[in-house]
Design a protein around this ligand. Sequence first.
Ligand SMILES: CC(C)=CCC/C(C)=C/CC/C(C)=C/CC/C(C)=C/[C@@H]1[C@@H](COP(=O)(O)OP(=O)(O)O)[C@]1(C)CC/C=C(\C)CC/C=C(\C)CCC=C(C)C
Length: 436
Amino acid sequence: MASSSVAVGTFELRDMDDVLQWGHSVVRIGSSLRPFKPKFMCYSPKKVSARTAHLRTLAMQSSFRCQAATLEGGLRTVHQNRTSEERVYEVVLKQAALMAQRVAQGSTSTPFLVQDAENLDGVLPVDLSISFSPQLLKEAYARCGEVCAEYAKTFYLGTKLMTPERQQAIWAIYVWCRRTDELVDGPNASHITPAALDRWEQRLEDIYDGRPYDMLDAALADTVRKFPIDIQPFRDMIEGMRMDLFKSRYETFDELYLYCYYVAGTVGLMSVPVMGIAPDSKATTESIYNAALALGIANQLTNILRDVGEDARRGRIYLPRDELAQFGLCEDDIFAGAVTEKWRAFMKDQITRARMFFDEAEKGVVDLDKDSRWPVWASLILYRQILDSIEENDYDNFTKRAYVGKWKKFLSLPAAYGRALLHPSWTPILAGKGFS
Ligand SMILES: CC(C)=CCC/C(C)=C/CC/C(C)=C/CC/C(C)=C/[C@@H]1[C@@H](COP(=O)(O)OP(=O)(O)O)[C@]1(C)CC/C=C(\C)CC/C=C(\C)CCC=C(C)C
């Protein structure tokens, strides 16, 4: 799309006001009856009480009004006076609007059909004239499944519970994310330049235009043709990899939040349209996307807290410099790697914040389609336990790698399965009884 406006059905969304107005009304169509107020997380773990939802909404809307959102420009456009969270929220709104369009058209529990794409003119850049050979696609998806099984065995097993269309789509997305990550984290990372990432982005555009470069790309091209997955989260993940090329220090949590969105929050946004929303969910599409975003952020924060020592040995510090300073710490303390009382206090705060993001994510899992809940719960529970393990290591994340042992992992699976059985309509009854 070349313009800054987005056509959704018969609507033309020109700026953020339009998106807010349209999004807030449309996301409530069908099963989504409760208006959703964006609840921004509190950046400072010290101020857990946070601002009121009313103030948050007002602040967000007035800042949105001041600056018409350039949706197409994504997050690369310069946005003054807005927090990263507000900027990322624009992307959430756009994804939710796309998905809501799908909800308005019928059930989300079946794959998005190609003919539905005609009703989203301009939103999904699909070329309906292109069709891939079914045999090639079968092989392509099978290869994606193999890669997924090799890198993420437990997660792969979880996807086996999903419908064949969904599991294949998740594998294709997984493989693209893994390959993107490998560009800056894999064996050839030292040869990767911004120009190489630009080429990777061009290849992504080609995937969306129905011109895949190899068979793994073909699987993704087929997936984005079947499901209402917008290109923006994919572009943003590449942007995160660009950030990793030149940035090795983070001044504030706001900077870190943006990085976490780029490399992990995006995964949540890509996954929701495939996983689907439970037909009996009463939640708004927007709130479910928000939960998915929160899970990505929580995972990435956990990853960062686990890998402090390893990252420091590569010259990288992801922990916000201003928050370190609040605890009387500086980057030399990280390189020295001493577990002091100051360090423990700092880590406790960081862990509290990561858990807040997990809590936010948990609220949305129940609203996913029933077959998709188990792998999400499994990955959430397993990743969340890494935080417990950092505590068990007495906050020594310089020399010890926090991990979840085989037995704990094994026991988490039935726990995840049990939670996945929870029905969206049961949550009001179970809330307050320790099941939230
Ligand atoms: C069910 C499920 C988890 C689906 C997601 C599948 C998927 C497409 C995963 C792609 C993951 C990937 C390869 C991302 C590339 C960037 C990256 C490496 C991010 C880090 C992941 C962990 O990486 P790594 O393998 O290096 O970790 P280990 O060292 O082995 O521990 C991240 C930390 C981010 C991963 C982010 C997610 C999995 C997002 C999950 C959110 C959802 C699936 C949305 C769920 C919906 C609701 C409503 C809660």
